[in-house]
Write a protein that binds this ligand. Sequence first.
Ligand SMILES: C[S@@+](CC[C@H](N)C(=O)[O-])C[C@H]1O[C@@H](n2cnc3c(N)ncnc32)[C@H](O)[C@@H]1O
Length: 340
Amino acid sequence: MLQHSAHFIIMNQTGRDPKLWEQGCKDDPVRNQVVLPDLIECLDRLRPTLIGDVGSGTGYLSRAAALHYAYPAHWFLLERDPRMLQFSSEICATKDGLEVVDYDLVNPAQEWDRPLDLAFSCFSSLDFGMTTAIAGNLERLLRRDRATISFSKVLDCMSAGQYSYRAVEDILADKTAAAVHSFVIVHDTRRVLSFRCGRFFPRTDPLYGRRTIGLGGAVSAKQVDLLFESMFGIVASAIDELCSGIGLPRRLAERARYGGEIKPWFGVHSSRTDHSPTTLHMVLSYRCPAEFTPTKAALSVNDLRWIDPSTMPNCLEDYDTTSQFLLSQEYVRDLVRQAT
Ligand SMILES: C[S@@+](CC[C@H](N)C(=O)[O-])C[C@H]1O[C@@H](n2cnc3c(N)ncnc32)[C@H](O)[C@@H]1O
């Protein structure tokens, strides 16, 4: 262990060499036998979806932890050293869900706009210290709203058997129950698709009669599919809605299904009304392929429009509550920025 400490200190004097640092991480018993198991235990307990590794260095710890984490997640590796950034970017380029970001925690050049469910750092606070100001900067990385729930937490409840497939009338009658609906946002590199749910839409759905940016509906037992990760039917429900609502052709639907093109994001709670039960909108995203132009394929879907999520729509109150939340909290703007 002493040898390891000496090794890291020498690197510090000349600027850290990413290759040597990576080798040091691989050989380090503290990272591998103490920190990594601790981090995995914490991930399994908290089930975060958006995770930040602050002062990630070569990204060794995140890459290792991501291999053990079985839930949908996106990892941001925040680092300011250009050599570390270059090294980890090259490794992470071939890995799904790991994104290296040039970010200085002490003097951030811009507001962090992808609120995290979990932020951690491994030995990095030795570099940047921990003053009240830095603790505040760390806190600003985290999700502040209370309206969302991570996708993995919901899947966790389902894996534990805390769900059943019931008629909507039963759910309406039971004030302690919530319906689970898919809510897929179709976007390109600048815009998201919006439309109005007309009177052919089920009246018990919170989207009935509203303008929305989410295509979806109740998740049913028949949508559970063992041939791909349908997430208890949530992803399959989203694909069904893309086909029936806006005419996604079968070939693209199959590609979306087996190619993992429907990305889970998080759940948003929508309050019960006289007609609709409490609903958990499981928000997913789908990047519209260039060869596909959405059309009005169902009687219930009207007035399709692409909107720019970086300017608030004039008639925000016209939208359903989940769309209002996602647009006003700029989640959708960030989604589209990320796709650019
Ligand atoms: C001791 S190393 C740890 C690296 C990595 N977490 C690990 O376990 O191997 C600290 C890392 O924090 C980074 N760092 C230092 N100050 C930082 C800051 N203000 N913002 C972002 N990263 C910083 C350094 O460049 C370095 O890569």
